[in-house]
Design a binder for this molecule. Structure first.
Ligand SMILES: Nc1ncnc2c1ncn2[C@@H]1O[C@H](COP(=O)(O)OP(=O)(O)O)[C@@H](O)[C@H]1O
Ligand SMILES: [Mg+2]
Length: 502
């Protein structure tokens, strides 16, 4: 047996060490009546000596260290690439060559600010975005930073509209953590859970088993890792809005350890509520339509953050990364900047991708770039079909019904000159607004209570959906692409969509 050795090191003051021979105990006298600041390290090399919960990474056994190393290596291999929506088998892009820092805000906006964001376009829109961010914009590395009172959040909500980059940002956090570039000291282990996958897990599962679905480690290996200090653990949950919540999550008796079994969504909710591993940290990405439900479940202290998409600088950087050729970048970016509507939509990352992909294809075949991109309409056509194909799960309506009811809601707002729509109007028109990937939901303070309102992602999108409904006949002539895109991706027949109006 070796010695048990304890060292207390303060950032400002000198290191204090105490050592004891094997078999003996140590009660460090310097701890009594002292306020300790800085890092406290407990090191032990006594064979067979274990803490229930080791207090830092330095106490990880070499077996656990090698498991974490295996987990990190696997993440680096898997997460280093982005598979694009149109990638052929084997085709992919390096995350580091594509990821562009989005704008992340850490505060709620009031009704006036939201209206301004929804209505403005072009340069004005970019100005509104930059006025929102000022010096308050966050980076992925500051999500868990202490607030002005020195308190760090246990849970961070990362809200964002469909296609605004929540999933890609989660991928970037995982990749950077696994390559020791982010949260290296802060989190010894990070797990990533996708709600889409959790929906597919059958039967009852413990947290350990749910986690083993999402990574390359076995349940036994995960159990071993979960013995580590929970305050060094981060769980990232992506797509909370897609999680199919059952009544069980409210009815089940509290579930307090990682090996107790329950339906997967109940187990996940026990983690979110802090019933399991209460000292661990959570980062949960969701669309705004599920933020209030999430906030009611999530343990505190909570922090709210929102991905706003790309700033003007972000759009430029994205184009540069996408084209990787100064000449092509300049031609594409200059063209987009001169079109106010297109430039506004570029703040939505998925639309940036659609625009760049379309322009690149036009360059490749030597065609005129302006012809397909003259209006934002053709871009929204691709946007709608991309969201329907890749960002929709378990819609309770058929796609034609969904588009028709969205058109009716959009039209109603246009007639009343409203971009923020009250809850009653929305529920009269849309059967399940919370699951609708095209709507955003806001809670506004009204003196002593709150009011819920909905909107489309931007006024231009509301106009597009109105036009889609009103101009059925014109659309069939002018926007054949839209009909084609819908037919290919969602099996929608044009006449199904406009049946009641034809
Ligand atoms: N930060 C980013 N940098 C580069 N491209 C991005 C970024 N965020 C999103 N994208 C593009 O937008 C697409 C949709 O993003 P995604 O993360 O899936 O959105 P969300 O999860 O919010 O619905 C991605 O596939 C990618 O092409
Ligand atoms: Mg996503």
């Amino acid at each position: 047996m070796g010695t048990f050795y304890s060292r207390i090191r303060s950032r400002a003051g000198p290191s204090v060490s105490a050592a004891a021979q094997s078999g003996s105990h140590i009660i460090a006298p310097v701890l009594t009546n002292n306020t300790i600041t800085g890092d406290v390290h407990f090191l032990h090399n006594a064979h067979g000596f274990t803490f229930d919960r080791p207090h830092s990474e330095t106490t990880q056994t070499s077996a656990t260290r090698s498991l974490i190393f295996k987990h990190k290596t696997r993440i680096c291999t898997e997460y280093q690439y982005v598979t694009e929506y149109n990638s052929l088998p084997g085709e992919r892009v390096l995350l580091s060559e594509r990821y562009t820092q989005p704008l992340i805000l850490q505060r709620h906006r009031d009704q006036k600010e939201r209206e301004e964001e929804l209505r403005s376009s072009g340069e004005d829109f970019q100005q509104v975005l930059s006025s929102r961010s000022g010096d308050e914009s966050s980076h992925l590395n500051s999500l868990f930073n202490p607030d002005g009172h020195g308190i760090s959040p246990s849970s961070v909500i990362l809200q964002g509209n469909s296609g605004n980059g929540k999933t890609l940002s989660v991928q970037k956090i995982m990749m950077d953590w696994a390559s020791d570039k982010l949260y290296k000291e802060r989190f010894a282990i990070v797990f990533h859970l996708k709600c889409k996958e959790i929906n597919r897990i059958p039967g009852i599962m413990s947290l350990v088993e749910v986690l083993s679905y999402s990574c390359s480690l076995t349940s036994d290996e995960i159990s071993q890792i979960l013995q580590q200090s929970p305050e060094k653990m981060l769980f990232i949950i992506d797509g909370f809005d897609e999680l199919r919540l059952t009544q069980d999550i409210y009815d089940m008796s509290p579930h307090t350890d990682g090996i107790q079994k329950a339906p997967a969504e109940v187990t996940l909710c026990a983690l979110l509520r802090g019933h399991i591993l209460p000292e661990s940290f959570l980062l949960v990405a969701t669309r705004s339509t599920a933020t209030d439900t999430l906030s009611k479940l999530l343990k505190g202290p909570q922090r709210f953050t929102e991905i706003m998409g790309f700033s003007e600088k972000g759009v430029e950087e994205y184009f540069q990364k996408f084209f990787q050729d100064e000449e092509l970048f300049k031609r594409a970016y200059t063209f987009v900047k001169t079109n106010e509507n297109l430039f506004t939509t570029c703040s939505i990352p998925v639309i940036c991708w659609i625009i760049c992909t379309t322009i690149k294809e036009r360059f490749r075949v030597g065609a005129d770039v302006t012809s397909v991109l003259e209006t934002t309409t053709s871009i929204y056509v691709d946007f709608v079909s991309t969201l329907l194909k890749h960002h929709c799960q378990g819609l309770s309506q058929s796609v034609p019904n969904l588009l028709r009811s969205l058109g009716q809601l959009a039209e109603r707002g246009m007639l009343e000159q409203q971009v923020l729509l009250d809850e009653k109007t929305v529920y009269e028109t849309i059967s399940d607004p919370v699951a609708n990937p095209f709507l955003c939901k806001f809670l506004f303070k009204r003196r002593i209570c709150q009011e819920t309102m909905f909107s489309f992602m931007h006024l231009s999108f509301q106009e597009f959906l109105t036009a889609l409904l009103q101009c059925a006949f014109v659309l069939v002539l002018v926007h054949r692409d839209f009909i084609c895109a819908l037919q290919c991706s969602c099996h929608v027949k044009y006449w199904d969509l406009f049946c009641p109006y034809s």
